[in-house]
Design a protein. Structure first.
Length: 358
């Protein structure tokens, strides 16, 4: 009788173990979540949001409907606290993010390599970093902290706009009240250039522009066009002072539980969507290259194929810095390197220099 009871007990325990293993490893058993939550900082009308939606659509198609990603635009999963994005994915509270390196830079300090002022300067250098040893080292740092980097997308090089004056020298920035991202390196850069940097949400910034209490802001053209920056500012300086890459990344534990065919489908989808989204951000800024990628590979025509001409058509005065003008800004922000390169890592900084020299 005791033996029968013992056998029954063992059976129950075995069933319980199987149940628990099945619940924490659904991918291995071919049982997937009904919904995988994806964090995106912006709305679906922005290029970044359009790329995220394409990613979700491609994943559903390539996995035959097994993996369904739901985009949560406007940081709704984070209630606007987008700087918590990486931690939430690493902890598994959110499954996947299509997110700016700026928003993960407090946790992944290596992401600040892209925010060194007047360092990367152009698309060619950016591609070299992302596809080179720098990109590999950054993805390794992300994996160590709980997330798998899948592909590099883009928000773009950040440009300056304001309502007061054309900016060609650091002296032109003196005293300008500029709305900036809350990341410390942004605030310190503008202070070093003599401006008065102010961190505020976009809604408050627009009100401040209208009231004249804030003079300017910095953002890529993929933001400047949809927010209709021409309604508030007359002057734009295209200076590529730093770049805002977007990374597609997935919770590591969940990712490792996926079977290989699902991993392959998701990664391919990430890479295709990133190529599409990068082309959106670069369209009209790299000659015909990105416009042709959109047309020939994605059958997509840009509503605003030339953002510079668009801004000018709305009455804005668009300036581009000469090499001499750029050198003056580089000299004025040398102190940022002295403080931030040791934080980011001298080794990573040297990898970035070597990648750009390739």
């Amino acid at each position: 009788m005791k033996a029968k009871k013992m056998m029954g007990y063992v059976g129950v325990v075995c069933v319980a173990i199987v149940f628990v293993i099945g619940s924490i490893m659904p991918a291995e058993a071919g049982e997937f979540k009904k919904e995988y939550k994806m964090q995106i900082n912006v709305g679906p009308q922005f290029y970044w949001g359009m790329g995220a939606q394409k990613f979700a659509d491609l994943v559903k198609e390539k996995t035959n409907g097994q993996i369904n990603i739901k985009p949560y635009f406007g940081s709704t999963l984070l209630k606007g606290a987008q700087l918590n994005s990486f931690q939430m994915v690493a902890q598994g509270i959110i499954d996947v993010a299509y997110e700016s390196t700026i928003n993960s830079s407090p946790v992944i300090i290596e992401h600040n390599i892209f925010s060194l002022p007047f360092f990367i300067n152009n698309f060619e250098n950016l591609d070299k970093l992302e596809n080179g040893e720098t990109g590999k080292a950054i993805f390794a740092a992300m994996e160590e902290k709980g997330a798998i980097g899948l592909a590099w997308a883009e928000n773009g090089f950040r440009q300056l706009t304001n309502s007061k004056t054309a900016v060609h020298t650091p002296k032109d920035l003196k005293g300008l009240r500029v709305r900036v991202v809350g990341s410390p390196i942004f605030v310190e850069t503008f202070r070093m250039l003599g401006a008065d940097p102010i961190n505020m949400n976009w809604g408050d910034a627009v009100t401040a522009f209208q009231q004249g209490t804030v003079d300017g802001q910095e953002n890529p053209v993929g933001v400047l066009v949809p927010v209709q920056i021409h309604q508030y500012h007359k002057y734009a300086t295209f200076w590529n002072y730093l770049v805002d890459p977007v990374v597609i990344y997935w919770n590591k534990t969940e990712w490792e539980a996926f079977p290989d065919d699902i991993k392959k489908a998701i990664k391919e989808s990430a890479e295709i969507s990133a190529r599409f989204e990068k082309a959106l951000c670069r369209a009209g800024l790299d000659g015909d290259t990105s416009l042709n990628i959109l047309k020939n590979e994605f059958n997509f025509e840009m509503e605003v194929p030339n953002p510079v001409k668009f801004l000018e058509s709305k009455g804005m005065e668009v300036s581009f810095l000469s090499e001499e003008e750029l050198a003056a800004f580089q000299e004025a922000t040398k102190g940022i390197y002295e403080k931030w390169v040791p934080k980011i890592g001298e080794d990573l900084y040297q990898k970035a220099l070597a990648d750009m020299e390739r």
